[in-house]
Ligand binder design. Sequence first.
Ligand code: AMP
Length: 234
Amino acid sequence: MASSAQPRAEANIVLLGPPGAGKGTQAKRLAAQLGVPHISTGDILREAVAKGTELGRQAKAIMERGDLVPDEVVIGIVRERLAEGDCRPGFLLDGFPRTMAQAEALDEMLAGLARQALVVLDLEVPEQELLRRLTGRRVCQGCGLISHLEELGGAKQCPRCGAAMRQRDDDKPQAVSERLRVYQRQTAPLEAYYERSGRLRKLAGTGSPDAIAAQALASWQQAGSGALGNTWRP
Ligand code: AMP
């Protein structure tokens, strides 16, 4: 990474978009490129469920039916995580915020931490495509590889490590419909919230992952150069 006497802009990024928009895939790439941690509240919650912690026990049934975990729980998780030292150069939030209360809490946290402005990258994908991606998604129980039925060509074993490929409980059709409904009702209004404050950058979430990643990076860079004069503060 280049060292410079100039203070480098922080990369404080939220990836917004419905379930299945590819936030996880893009977040991993962008976070690696920008050298900031990828913070996925869904991954943190799934890990808690797998470990059987108190948090996991609270969240399990809610997640399986496709509903949202209570605001105060996820806000607490993100507040603790953003205070960690590795978030100083920035962070990439994936799956948070998902409600207005969470978005407002995030703005308060950033003000409290005296952080530079946030850039919100909004991945847009047509509903039919979301359904195809979500209901066909399979996850390796061994190495965590995420694939799709069409890519696996009927194989039930992971092409990378040989362990079983499984469907997430919340990728079953009923939960998927509920998650998309919840997104429209609770999360889609955040677009207007971030647009009003000039922080929203929309981008197409269809096409090759590499092309989307390049577009996401370019959007962040454009927003960043604009953000030098961005006086918006929570
Ligand atoms: P994801 O992997 O981001 O789709 O998240 C999986 C599930 O975790 C969601 O369907 C919710 O039940 C829960 N979850 C993740 N992030 C949040 C959040 N910010 N607020 C509430 N629930 C969340």
